[in-house]
Design a protein around this ligand. Structure first.
Ligand code: 2M8
Length: 449
């Protein structure tokens, strides 16, 4: 087939298998995360997918990012799902009708037309972690040249607008960190990190029963968020939607406002990637570097707990930091200017029995020693590939080469033994959720290369 051969002496079957997953999930203009469970374009998935596509089809890597940014809103936000008009409403819930409030046009604030003047694809009005500048920079490193520079010129102002939106409209706490307005924005949907903040959102199952979940028809329901979770997800989304997805005065009225260390660390990493991209496109990197430094400082000041040695989410409605030790609290390791005490704390956590990277298993999504650790339920225990790939990069950034090597081996063993699954059982390594999952395949390619 057209897949470029693997570089050097690597596991060729694994490489070809991963490339085949990306090939099968390619729609012609972007890649779906999974044919069975997620038949549209997802924001942070697109960033990770572009990193893998860079190794086998750089033109597709750029096209994927372009497809996503064509749906960017005029205020700079990049929607967390961009819907495929040819997929029926039944194939994913909540779909475009829910997010659009039943109307046929996009919503207040959404772009009426895409970049080519065609009607815009419909989208949600919430966001996901901004991993796209990092993706763009890695594509350019892997496949440099004139085409890459042209793509970076197109993307750069859009990436800047994305960051600007997060730095201004979403700085609800006024301390330099972005707030997320929905657990879905974190990408770690049902993580225990949100339990305290969600406890204040009433559960109205009648709202949920007006609709029907589709995910639990495709995947075992005890591997997914609960109905109570979904009832709260809908209530929070409706609160935002029914006020036109406006961000003014969020503090006074919105039921869920949380600062997430993972989301903000990735925003910092995006500023650093933008500084590199700025040099290529002839812009000034200084503002990006300054903003990245400010994010790192704010993370340390507001979200680091010296007692646990890791970062925790902060609920802006109560001012409380959640005690839960979740994997998003390890992600600031991706920041190269993270001070030494924080780096040591995170490395200690990663090697402790709570998250212990052994030769056998990568980092789970939640503290293994917690009483409510659940090895099957989505972001409450299982191992996720994208997070571990970020930690692998973070460990290398902080010259933890041995640990990074152990983590890489464990990740590759997992896909070799179980396949390119969405997530994995943190003891047996069995694949859970959707098989043939795009970011698992994409990041396998990057680990192999
Ligand atoms: C999961 O989230 C979606 C909602 O956005 C869902 O459960 O329906 C999460 O794992 C999220 O991080 C991911 O981007 C998405 C698509 O892979 O699936």
């Amino acid at each position: 087939t057209g897949t470029p051969p693997p570089p050097g002496d690597i596991d060729e079957a694994l490489w070809r298998g991963a490339a085949a997953v990306l090939g099968a999930n390619w729609t012609g203009t972007y890649t779906v995360p999974s044919r069975t469970l997620y038949p549209h374009q997802w924001s942070w998935d697109a960033g990770f997918i572009s990193v893998g596509l860079a190794h086998v089809a750089p033109d597709r890597a750029w096209r994927d990012l372009r497809s996503l940014f064509e749906a960017q809103w005029p205020d700079g936000r990049v929607p967390h799902i961009v819907f495929d008009p040819d997929v029926t409403e039944r194939d994913y819930f909540p779909g475009p009708t829910f997010w659009g409030g039943g109307g046929t046009t996009p919503y207040p604030g959404a772009p009426p037309t895409g970049a080519d003047g065609v009607p815009a694809r419909r989208s949600t009005g919430i966001v996901q972690p901004p991993v796209h500048a990092l993706g763009a920079w890695l594509i350019c490193q892997r496949a440099p040249g004139e085409a890459a520079v042209a793509e970076l010129r197109w993307l750069y102002p859009r990436l800047v607008a994305q960051q600007e939106y997060l730095a201004t409209a979403r700085d609800v706490g006024g301390a330099g960190l972005s707030a997320i307005v929905h657990p879905w924005e974190s990408g770690l949907d049902n993580s225990p990190a949100w339990d305290e903040a969600l406890a204040n959102v009433p559960v109205d199952l009648a709202v949920l029963h007006r609709y029907s979940r589709r995910d639990t028809l495709v995947v075992a329901s005890d591997h997914r968020p609960t109905d109570e979770d979904y009832a709260r997800y809908l209530a929070i989304a409706l609160s935002y939607r029914d006020r036109g997805y406006r961000d003014a005065d969020l503090a006074g009225r919105h039921p869920f406002l949380v600062e997430c260390p993972g989301f903000n660390a990735l925003r910092g990493a995006a500023e650093l990637a933008l500084a590199r991209i700025a040099e290529v496109v002839g812009a000034d990197p200084a503002a990006h570097l300054a903003r990245a430094a400010g994010i790192t400082r704010a993370l340390v000041d507001r979200l680091f707990d010296p007692e646990t040695g890791m970062f925790h989410v902060r609920d802006l409605r109560t001012g409380r930091r959640s005690p839960a030790r979740c994997v998003n609290g390890l992600l600031p390791l991706v920041l190269p200017d993270l001070p030494e005490p924080q780096v040591s704390g995170l490395v200690a956590a990663i090697t402790s029995p709570r998250f212990g990277v052994s030769a056998r298993m990568p980092v789970p999504s939640y503290d293994r020693t917690a009483t409510d650790f659940d090895p099957y339920r989505y972001w409450r225990g299982p191992v996720w590939f994208n997070i571990n790939w970020l930690l692998w990069r973070g460990l290398r950034t902080h010259r933890q080469e041995t640990l990074a090597g152990t983590l890489r081996t464990a990740l590759l063993d997992l896909v070799r033994d179980s396949g390119y699954y969405e997530y994995f059982h943190p003891d047996s390594g069995a694949g859970i959720g959707s098989p043939a999952f795009s970011w698992t395949a994409a990041l396998t390619l990057d680990l192999l290369a």
